[in-house]
Design a binder for this molecule. Structure first.
Ligand SMILES: NC(=O)c1ccc[n+]([C@@H]2O[C@H](COP(=O)([O-])OP(=O)(O)OC[C@H]3O[C@@H](n4cnc5c(N)ncnc54)[C@H](OP(=O)(O)O)[C@@H]3O)[C@@H](O)[C@H]2O)c1
Length: 320
């Protein structure tokens, strides 16, 4: 799939592109490719990172290793998931640095495998590294029926959360959040009061916020003393501002979570993250996501479903 002009998801088209060759890279025959919110932004040139045109969108894949350099931790024939990080994934073949390739447990299908790294490793970074989630805490997540949202709901209990509260915009998204494991689901409209009631006035310890926009202040107000608001993204479009007196008055933190930047600053971090995630997936303690699957040729529609807010859960393209 190629983006050759920045006219949005509809302009993404199938092209013939030369296969990558790189003797230092793991070459993967891609079976499925994940669709993430940055793909939608990239098709309009709205993401903070702007690849040169034309480019192939897609931040993550799953497939079979065609070849690997000597000494790599994977070999020809292995089932793997891999991260391009931001572009190049929606293709039949990708070449990745070995540290961006992860052996898939047998229990995880290619389609599920293509839909888990980007969100699960971001959520690991958010809850474990940046958010300091402790056992027994309560986690609220916005955009809870989306990719980051469902990933948070699956993983937070495994990393100690005693309770998860999901915030969604519509009644029909409630079922998606419940299926992902939410203990409580509330509507975005009026969520602050609902949270106050659910927590007996105490508030929550962590807010995971990939949405931003005008609900930000109410998110701050929903934190218990010592609480952390984790800033992941701005799907609502607007980047909120914070009056810092609120932080002082209630002893709360606003914490930035930039997973990609963190991985570049901390060599080896991706494989450390995988070492914490893989056993949960392999044992079935945390089930792999069950993505919505589109054929590769319908990539435009799949990417548009994130932009127009109709996507439910993680979206993945079936490539072969
Ligand atoms: N910081 C990092 O390291 C990092 C890493 C990965 C992703 N992200 C960011 O996290 C955000 C979420 O990604 P995702 O893959 O979870 O996306 P997603 O699957 O599309 O989910 C995002 C959710 O945002 C909500 N939303 C609210 N207003 C919206 C609007 N105007 N348009 C579209 N959605 C809207 C929707 O839920 P409701 O309809 O229920 O409100 C939707 O389910 C993106 O901004 C992405 O760039 C950040």
């Amino acid at each position: 799939m190629q983006v050759s002009r920045l006219d949005g998801p509809e302009a993404v088209e199938v092209v013939e592109w030369e296969e990558p060759t790189d003797s230092d890279a793991v070459i993967i025959d891609v079976h499925a490719a994940g669709v993430s919110f940055p793909d939608a932004l990239l098709t309009r040139g709205l993401y903070q990172y702007k690849p040169e045109l034309p480019f192939i969108p897609g931040a993550e894949v799953a497939g079979e290793v065609r070849s690997a350099p000597a000494g790599a931790h994977v070999a020809k024939g292995d089932r793997v998931a891999g991260l391009t990080m931001l572009h190049g994934g929606m293709a039949e073949v990708v070449a990745l640095a070995p540290d961006r390739v992860f052996k898939l447990p047998d229990a995880v299908s290619f389609e599920a495998g293509a839909g888990l790294l980007f969100n699960d490793l971001t959520v690991h970074c958010a809850l474990r590294t940046r958010g300091r989630l402790s056992r027994g805490e309560t986690v609220l997540v916005h955009g809870a029926a989306g990719g980051i949202g469902t990933s948070t709901l699956r993983l937070a209990p495994a990393w100690g959360a005693a309770r998860t509260i999901a915030v969604v915009s519509t009644e029909d998204k409630k079922a998606v959040a419940t299926a992902a494991g939410a203990d409580d689901v509330v509507l975005a409209d009026g969520f602050k009061d609902a949270v106050r009631e659910l927590t007996g006035g105490r508030g929550v310890d962590i807010v995971v916020d990939p949405v931003g926009g005008d609900r930000f202040t109410d998110s701050l107000r929903s934190l218990a003393p010592g609480g952390r608001l984790l800033v992941l993204g701005f799907t609502a479009g607007e980047i909120p501002t914070v009056k810092v007196n609120r932080l002082l008055l209630n002893n709360v933190d606003v914490v930035g979570v930039g997973w990609g930047a963190w991985t570049f600053a901390h060599p080896g971090y991706l494989q450390e993250q995988w070492a914490e995630l893989e056993p949960l997936l392999a044992s079935g303690r945390v089930p792999a996501p069950e993505p919505v699957v589109y054929p590769l040729e319908r990539a435009a529609e799949a990417i548009a479903s994130l932009e127009n807010r109709s996507a439910k859960g993680k979206v993945v393209l079936s490539v072969r």
